[in-house]
Design a protein around this ligand. Structure first.
Ligand SMILES: [Zn+2]
Length: 162
């Protein structure tokens, strides 16, 4: 079931939305290879109708499957927004799309969840990475975005030395 709210139901009273949204519907595709979304998003939201829009407040929780950028260890990152607030205008230029009296909240949740993704996931803020012997290999696999630049530079330097 999509994360949507029916405006007709909102006329009478606030709506509480609680449940979980499958990862396929949340449909977040981080470009970063070190973060995967495989678990459903849990939500507990209260939707309120305002004069010209909707006010949504509540909790969002998503478990991310991450790989530590330092030691490559897989770990789970708990992404929690305890006081998520979203104001959706129903009029004007940036108004939310209404289809059959329903507003799909998924795009707004997706956008704000993405903003909370860790930039450089670490299994532990103290993580010291891999032992020295395997650092070169780790750089090639890891998610620095420029995997081969470092090793190419070193290869050049080695040539100069000999
Ligand atoms: Zn680590």
């Amino acid at each position: 079931m999509p994360l949507a709210v029916n405006l007709r139901h909102l006329e009478a009273h606030n709506i509480s939305l609680e449940g979980s949204l499958p990862s396929e519907e949340l449909d977040i595709n981080p470009h970063d290879e070190v973060i995967q979304v495989r678990q459903p998003l849990d939500y507990g939201l209260e939707v309120q109708k305002l004069e010209d829009g909707l006010l949504i407040q509540g909790r969002l929780h998503l478990v991310l499957e991450c790989q530590c950028v330092r030691c490559l260890k897989p770990f789970q990152y708990q992404l929690t927004l305890d006081h998520w607030t979203c104001h959706l205008p129903l009029r004007g230029e940036d108004c939310a799309a209404v289809v059959n009296d329903c507003v799909d909240l998924t795009p707004y949740v997706r956008e704000d969840i993405l903003l909370e993704f860790p930039r450089h996931p670490l299994c532990n803020s103290e993580c010291r990475g891999l032992p020295r012997t395997s650092i070169g290999k780790a750089r090639n696999i890891g998610g620095t975005g420029k995997p081969n630049v470092g090793s190419a530079v070193w290869a050049e330097l080695n040539k100069l030395k000999f």
